[in-house]
Every structure is written in C-alpha cells, then in structure tokens.
Design a protein. Structure first.
Length: 150
C-alpha cells in the first residue's frame, strides 16, 4: 500500500522510515563509500568501480566523471591530481557540501530545504558548459583513468 510518500505495512508503520532514518542510512552509505575510496584506487583498472552511464552510452565524459578519482586523490592529499580528475566538481564542492548540509539539517528537523532556483539553474548551466569544454580535443585537464578507454 502507498500513502503520502511512504510504503506502509501493518498498523501504519512505514517501510521507508522517517527523514532521520533515511538521513542516517544515507550518511552510513556515504561513509562506507568514502572509506572504500580511501583504500581502493579508482585510477587502477583492476579496481571495482561503477561505470558512468553517460560515458558508457556516449563515450563522452559527463560533468561528474572523475568524481570518484577526485575524492580518492583529495583523501590522499593529491590536489594537483584532483584538479585533473574533475575541476568543475572540485570548484563546486563548497557549494555542494553546503547544500548537502542544509538538506541534511532540514531532514533531521523534519523540514524542507529546496535548492534556490537560480542556484539550480546556474549549476545546471555550469555543468553543461563543463561537459562541452572537457570533451574538446586537446583539453589539458583530461582525467587520467583506465575508464577513459570506454
């Protein structure tokens, strides 16, 4: 049965849970992912990493391609390598962290925290421009990865 955004079972208990439960589960999954990236190098072709669907279908680097390599390099203090992995995500990370924190705080308090429309449009436009620029021939900040051969 489905009611008000939740799958409901006996006596009205939600399968999905509260905003706090989802927040804690998301934080745990994020911590596990970052922990995995701390010990496994995504630059290694033998590493088990997800494949970017956009890269798989089009052969182009999407705006987020290189994000896992970026996190790995930042965790290991390699800023220059992180710049080559994904400059756009690196420069946007303070805004993205702030938005994530804002959404997490709102979920904890049971409130809503929509992304301001102008910011959403600006990030989307920046991501589109970044996707075009990073796929131009001769772009100097091409990510170095085993995935580039897809």
């Amino acid at each position: 049965m489905y009611r008000a955004g939740h799958f409901v079972i006996d006596q009205g208990r939600s399968v999905v849970g509260t905003g706090r439960t989802r927040l804690l589960l998301g934080a745990a999954a994020g911590a596990l992912g970052v922990g995995y990236l701390a010990v496994v190098d995504p630059h290694d072709a033998a590493a088990v990493m997800p494949v970017c669907p956009a890269k798989f279908v089009t052969g182009l680097d999407c705006p987020a391609c290189g994000g896992l390599r970026l996190v790995h390099d930042l965790l290991h203090g390699r800023l220059r390598a992180a710049v080559h992995d994904n400059l756009f995500v690196l420069l946007c990370s303070p805004v993205l962290v702030h938005l994530g924190w804002r959404r997490a705080r709102a979920a904890w308090l049971g409130e809503q925290a929509p992304v301001p429309r102008a910011l959403a449009h600006g990030l989307a436009a920046g991501a589109l421009v970044w996707m075009v620029v990073r796929n131009l021939p001769g772009w100097p900040l091409a990510p170095a990865s085993a995935c580039s051969a897809l």
